[in-house]
Design a protein around this ligand. Structure first.
Ligand code: FAS
Ligand code: PHB
Length: 389
């Protein structure tokens, strides 16, 4: 088998790239380890920057998103119960869109057959070969048979634990990482959200976040110890702690209900430099991870794919290689700024067990400054809606 671009991974990065290449008549095949059902069962991001919604519009796949998504013009901080509204649209002229990553993935998968985006599901032992040669190839096993796909370029869109980053020789890459001493326990429940926009709560007991997927489906999180487990958290315990942390003003609007999903996600900051080697190009979580505090993970995947798709299309159509050679440097410039914002908000809003009194006072002073300073709120706003491409 032969294709122009072999894409490893059928998450948002791989699916966006597959559709953008096919829109320009460039052949590609997505090779995915899991089943479509498994991919669609994942609950991940919820807040979309325009860089992500623009891709859906560019692909002409935004009809359901336009109908079902929610526009947010601000975010709310609850600082030990004190409410601070940051009117991001008034400040920046831009808004964010609430539409679950799961729905984005569903829209892209549903449209794949009619758009000629070929996806191989349940591919095992996926391996990348000769990535630094002009004729790389990918192998995998499925139904007891070994398959080989010869290709011109490979896009590594296989997330943090996939094989693509590992296919770059250690001597050609350098990783930067911070692992946080806590995780997020998230629940989804079919009850109305407690507020019309997202609430980021900083409390002496720990961080909490109130979000949503629709006017009837809430998505909430509380910070938990890194070694905590979901079994320790009944729904009642979750709701009680969540209401305590977001403060009495918001707690009285909380509708509790049974969780339809409950899981703990670890938090880390991670970047791999470079994001390319030979004919292999990394995008999304295969190259970088952010703590979800800034709602950047999915949106960074979208900006990577915006850059990478433009570079690949230019190369295939004109032979011009400058954009492709400059992909990693261009993507990393935006990635590091989002890494900083996500790290900054995580450091500011969470309780770090090892923080001394001085560091706790620095958090308090920073939060106070944020309450009182328009300049500080403008910084939060312009990062939250997404920095320019
Ligand atoms: P993904 O990880 O989504 O997709 C990678 C794909 O590659 C997967 O389908 C995987 O099955 C496949 N793959 C892996 N190994 C493979 C192999 N060997 N062979 C073939 N395929 C392979 N971001 C936010 O902005 N807000 C959030 O609230 C948020 N919550 C998150 C919660 C969790 C638990 C996780 C893990 C991430 C969360 N994120 C969040 C970040 C998330 O949204 C990612 O940024 C987004 O999924 C990135 O998309 P991809 O780069 O496509 O990676
Ligand atoms: C979500 O809706 O899941 C969400 C919202 C904002 C974040 C993280 C997650 O910062």
């Amino acid at each position: 088998m032969k294709t122009d671009v072999a894409i490893i991974g059928s998450g948002p990065s791989g699916l966006f790239l597959g559709h953008l290449l096919r829109q320009e008549g460039i052949s590609c095949t997505i090779i995915e380890r899991q089943s479509a059902e498994h991919v669609l069962s994942r609950i991940r991001a919820g807040v979309l920057e325009t860089v992500t919604t623009d891709l859906m519009t560019q692909l002409g796949l935004d009809e359901r998103m336009q109908k079902e998504s929610m526009r947010h013009d601000g975010l709310t901080l609850s600082i030990n119960g004190e409410e601070v509204v940051i009117p991001v649209t008034d400040i920046t002229g831009k808004h964010v869109t609430v539409y679950g990553q799961t729905e984005i993935t569903r829209d892209l998968i549903d449209a794949a057959p009619e758009r000629g985006v070929e996806i191989v599901w349940e591919a095992s032992d996926v391996a990348l070969h000769d990535v630094d040669r002009d004729n790389p190839y990918v192998t995998w096993t499925k139904d007891g048979e070994t398959h080989r796909l010869d290709t011109t370029l490979i896009a590594g869109c296989d997330g943090f634990h996939g094989p693509s980053r590992k296919a770059i020789p250690d001597a050609e890459k350098h990783s930067y990482e911070m692992v946080y001493p806590f995780g997020w326990l998230g629940i989804m429940a079919d009850v109305p959200p407690c507020h019309e926009e997202v609430i980021y709560a900083s409390h002496d007991d720990g961080f909490a976040l109130a979000s949503m997927r629709s006017p009837t489906r809430t998505r909430c999180y509380v910070q938990v110890d890194v070694d905590d487990s979901v079994e320790n958290w009944s729904d009642d315990r979750f709701w009680e702690e969540f209401k305590f942390r977001i403060g009495p003003h918001f707690a009285k609007h909380v509708t509790t209900g049974p969780s339809i999903e409950k899981s703990i996600a670890p938090l880390r900051s991670f970047v791999c430099e470079s994001m390319q080697h030979g004919r292999l190009f990394l995008a999304g979580d295969s190259a970088h991870i952010v703590p979800p505090t800034g709602a950047k993970g999915l949106n960074l995947a979208a900006s990577d794919i915006t850059y990478l798709s433009r570079a690949m299309i230019s190369w295939f159509k004109t032979g011009e290689s400058a954009e492709l050679e400059g992909y990693s440097q261009k993507a990393l410039a935006r990635i590091w700024k989002s890494e900083r914002f996500s790290w900054y908000l995580t450091r500011l809003l969470h309780r770090f067990p090892q923080y001394s009194g001085f560091e706790r006072r620095m958090q308090d002073a920073e939060l106070r400054y944020l309450v009182e300073s328009e300049a500080a709120q403008k910084t939060i706003a312009e990062n939250y809606v997404g920095l320019p491409l």
